[in-house]
Design a protein around this ligand. Structure first.
Ligand code: PLP
Length: 389
């Protein structure tokens, strides 16, 4: 019954842990969850108000497939203001989350056998969508030594005549690594003279810490602008996961047209009300709320990093952005599924095993939750590690 294509998609490795956490909760066990990939904050009021107004004004019909002109204008303005990028409205598409932007992109560009370079640890969806699109994921392993960033040499070694695309995620889910301008320039240098595309996932752009400056891949040079597809959205930076708004921008208008064609034959426009709300998330109206959330994440990040690094056997590279810690537990236990499962069963703490992100021996701890719960959770993890055998 099932297509070969759909059978290429793997079940999420983390599902087993999530299911176990739910089962333990049902049994009445006190489980603390640190696996969430979404902010614990509510969507800023100014954004909600715009949505309410849209409903009341009856803005509830189909719109243009790629978004209403005002929204596309707001995307273009945002990319200019924040990132120094000069796109026009026919170079951007609003989609149902960055996830749909990525799906459109892979479907529109990848031919059977094309290779897509994905640095690990990676966001779980990339290799799955690449496979689904007929491509072959080529994984570059990174670790704590390079703060989970690829080196130009690694990239050079991974490139073959089949390489179609490189994915860059900065800030990264799950490590919080952020590529500096110089590091992006070094990557750009390797790509020069090739026709390799860059998918730059910039979802956590606004969540950077310790004065780290976010740099967009497309802003590095004209060459990078032309080869990069910028992917972004408001789910993480503006606490709008449920609204389903993301976007992509690309210099190549034929590619934009192709992605729009796919979207027109699959989902059409994104929710009309979300479009009105998203304008407020992009145009600076919610900047004070965004900064409040960023500061809260930074405070939690500082404390959680310190607490983890004080536990014998665990270590974590302090993230420069996003809201995750990627904790190394190799000294205690190399198998991340085994470790996460045992931690959940013995001390009731749910984290995501690193194997799910392509890097065993780590777990991802989300600090998108209040500081008291974070302290309590890390305290339990300390007890668990002290008694692990
Ligand atoms: N990219 C990264 C790196 C993410 O972590 C996520 C969500 O977890 C997404 C994209 C998808 O976000 P959206 O809600 O816009 O589909």
């Amino acid at each position: 019954m099932l297509s070969d294509r759909i059978q290429l998609l793997s079940e999420s490795l983390t599902m087993a842990i999530t299911a176990l956490a739910q089962q333990l909760k049902r049994e009445g066990k006190d489980v603390l969850g640190f696996s969430a990939g979404e902010p614990d904050f509510d969507t800023p009021q100014v954004i909600k108000d715009a949505a309410i107004e849209a409903i009341e004004k009856g803005f509830t019909k189909y719109t243009a497939v790629d978004g209403i002109p005002e929204l596309k204008e707001a995307i273009v303005e945002k990319l200019k203001r924040d990132n120094g990028l000069n796109y026009s409205t026919d170079q951007v598409i609003a989609s149902n989350g960055a996830k749909q932007s990525l799906f459109n992109l892979f479907q529109a560009t990848i031919n059977p056998g094309d290779e897509v370079i994905i640095p690990a640890p990676y966001w779980v969806t990339y290799p799955e969508l690449v496979k689904y699109s007929g491509g072959t994921p080529v994984i570059i392993e990174t670790n704590d030594d390079t703060s989970f960033k690829i080196t130009p040499e690694q990239l050079k070694d991974a490139i073959t005549d089949k390489t179609k695309m490189l994915i860059i995620t900065s800030p990264s889910n799950p490590t919080g690594a952020v590529y500096s301008k110089e590091e992006l320039e070094a990557i750009a240098e390797v790509l020069k003279g090739t026709d390799i595309l860059v998918a730059s996932d910039e979802m956590y752009e606004k969540l950077v810490f310790d004065g780290t400056k976010f740099v967009a891949s497309a802003s590095i040079s004209e060459d990078m602008f032309n080869r990069t597809i910028t992917i972004n959205g408001l789910s993480k930076s503006v606490a709008m996961t449920g609204w389903r708004f993301g976007y992509c921008a690309a210099a190549n208008k034929d590619l934009v047209k192709a992605m729009k064609k796919l979207q027109s034959q699959s989902t059409s426009n994104i929710n009309s009300i979300t479009q009105m709300a998203a304008i407020k998330g992009l145009d600076g109206s919610a900047d004070a709320d965004i900064e409040m959330m960023r500061q809260a994440f930074e405070t939690r990040c500082d404390e959680a990093t310190k607490l983890f690094n004080a536990i014998d056997g665990l270590s974590v590279v302090k993230p420069k952005g996003a809201f995750y810690l990627f904790v190394n537990h190799k000294e205690v236990e190399p198998d991340s599924m085994k470790f996460a499962k045992a931690m959940l069963e013995s001390v009731g703490v749910a984290v995501v095993p690193g194997a799910g992100f392509g890097s065993d021996g780590y777990f991802r701890f989300s600090f998108a939750t209040d500081i008291d719960t974070i302290r309590k959770g890390i305290d339990r993890i300390k007890t668990f590690v002290e008694n692990y055998n």
